[in-house]
Design a protein around this ligand. Structure first.
Ligand SMILES: [Zn+2]
Length: 536
């Protein structure tokens, strides 16, 4: 379908200042256009809500850790077999698969599209595993997708910092993003994963030396954040701070934000980094301190990493976290970092509302959302599947939009650690449809520097979601009536009907060629992968 008119819906397009006005959205050749000829096929959207396609800034859908999780959880797949969709166009591949918390590739594409999401980023791919991640994304239909490349625990970069070679470090960041076909630089527990691999079991602070006294988490953050800025990457450094999941980590989170003060930086799954220490090593909410900092520093952005009460799978490059989680939960565990420039661990998990820590985590995520003053800079995520599946976004949206539902839910969770939580004071705020459109599409698109996504202005990618209004907003957001991706009507009457391939989103920054012979020498001396075989 090359031309289409979506007629008369209430359009929520916050990037263009449109808040529920009844309008037509016209589409030709995959883009939004000013008008289409009379007689063009028309979707009657009167009485419905029209938004740009959803943009997920932080998810885990491709790469070695996701595949390990799939292999670790056959029982999860067995519970949720997914038949191939009934497509109207059978020239395109269609596949059955499995769902659960970590769906198979095809099911991932179908389910994101079925939820009205048309763009997804995988937040953590080790450069050496980039080929695998690309192969998986090629196998994930409909959504446009890219990934962030893991840096900050890799030998080559740490050596450059130790030698004071900051500009070579920058050239390396540019080279490795291009070689891996990545979109942005991701930092996970800077230096802490490398120390853990060397046998250190203590917590890594911002100034803990990593081998050389010149190499500290602070120096790693500064180097990569500045590199992303100088290279003019569309998305700034995407940072998972040290100390994830540990009581008292709020101090490390704030120190990390201050360390890069004045520069653009994105701090991810902030919920997992907003735990204060109750004084006796116990937990309490540190959400207010984190959100106060974010609210008053326009250069910083974040996503929440909301925890939902449901089965989850923690999968991360932060091996020390997975080690602690395995020790405390006794669940099955896999940890693989052989030849990775980072770590990689997986532990299945379940957040229960009867558990004190899970209830606190849930409350902290909601505090961050509800105390945030700028929805453009604090956007929605569950860190799928770490805090819960992306399939729980509609339920999360209801918690944000419906105070009585939220207050009711709050009464039924374990209260033990909630003292001091702003949620207990009764936060009246309810997100509007416009604010939901910001935190799920316009905001992430802007933070990612995706000029064609997250809005419906002339020239935008024709990614559009049409929802039938429903008193229960979780039902409304779970089952869009129509989804258009790149001008193709992929969901009709709530069913996947077409499944075109998505596009890859990647960058190719320039760099000083003199880094190449130095890298080649490093590979020859230390790597089991040849330099020629490393990039794509
Ligand atoms: Zn993540």
């Amino acid at each position: 379908m090359t031309t289409l008119r979506i007629a008369g819906g209430a359009v929520y397009d916050p990037a263009n200042g449109i808040e529920g006005d009844a309008r037509d959205i016209c589409i030709a050749d995959g883009r939004v256009v000013a008008d289409v000829p009379a007689g063009t096929p028309t979707l009657d959207a009167r009485g419905m809500v029209v938004m740009p396609g959803g943009v997920d800034i932080h998810s885990h859908v491709a790469g070695s850790s996701v595949n390990l999780a799939r292999r670790l959880l056959p029982e999860d797949h067995g519970r949720d077999p997914v038949p191939a969709p009934d497509l109207v166009d059978d020239s395109l591949a269609r596949r059955s698969g499995s769902g659960g918390v970590v769906p198979s590739t095809f099911t991932t594409g179908y389910r994101y599209a079925g939820l009205g999401y048309t763009t997804v980023f995988d937040a953590a791919v080790a450069p050496v595993m980039a080929r695998l991640a690309h192969a998986e994304l090629e196998d994930t239909p409909i959504v446009d997708a890219g990934f962030f490349v893991l840096l900050g625990n890799d030998e080559y970069l740490l050596r450059q910092i130790a030698q004071g070679e900051r500009s070579r470090a920058r050239d390396y960041v540019a080279w490795v993003l291009g070689a891996a076909g990545g979109y942005a630089a991701k930092i996970v527990n800077p230096g802490g994963v490398e120390l853990w691999k060397r046998g250190v079991r203590d917590r890594t602070g911002l100034d803990t030396p990593v081998g050389s006294p010149r190499v500290t988490p602070r120096a790693i953050l500064e180097t990569i954040v500045k590199a992303a800025e100088v290279l003019r990457l569309p998305h700034p450094a995407h940072i998972h701070c040290n100390g994830l999941g540990i009581p008292g980590n709020v101090q490390t989170t704030l120190d990390s934000m201050r360390a890069v003060s004045g520069r653009r930086a994105h701090f991810t799954h902030l919920q997992f980094h907003s735990y204060a220490d109750s004084g006796d090593g116990g937990w309490r909410s540190g959400a207010r301190e984190v959100i106060d900092y974010l609210n008053t520093h326009a250069e910083i952005s974040g996503d929440v990493g909301q925890v939902m009460f449901e089965p989850a799978v923690t999968l991360t490059a932060d091996s020390p976290v997975e080690y602690l989680l395995y020790k405390s939960s006794g669940r099955k565990w896999v940890n693989v970092d052989i030849e990775l420039e980072t770590g990689c661990g997986v532990v299945p998990y379940e957040y229960r509302d009867t558990a004190a820590v899970a209830a606190l985590q849930w409350a902290i995520g909601l505090e961050l959302f509800l105390l945030s003053r700028d929805p453009w800079r604090l956007v929605l995520s569950t860190d799928h599947p770490n805090g819960g599946s992306f399939m729980s976004y509609p339920e999360l949206i209801r918690l944000l939009m419906d105070r009585s539902y939220r207050d009711d839910r709050l009464k039924r969770v374990n209260q033990k650690l909630l003292a001091g939580s702003a949620l207990l004071d009764g936060i009246a705020r309810e997100y509007s449809l416009s604010e939901i459109a910001i935190v799920t599409r316009a905001g992430p698109a802007r933070l990612l520097g995706l000029t064609g996504k997250g809005h419906l202005g002339i020239g935008a990618d024709a990614d559009v979601t049409v929802y039938a209004r429903d008193e229960d907003v979780s039902r409304m957001f779970a089952t869009p009536r129509y989804v258009v991706k790149g001008g193709v009507l992929v969901v009709e009457e709530g069913q996947i009907r077409r499944a075109p391939a998505g596009r890859r989103l990647q960058v190719q920054p320039g760099y000083d060629e003199r880094v190449v012979p130095n890298l080649r020498e490093f590979f020859e001396q230390y790597s089991s992968v040849s330099f020629e075989n490393y990039g794509r």
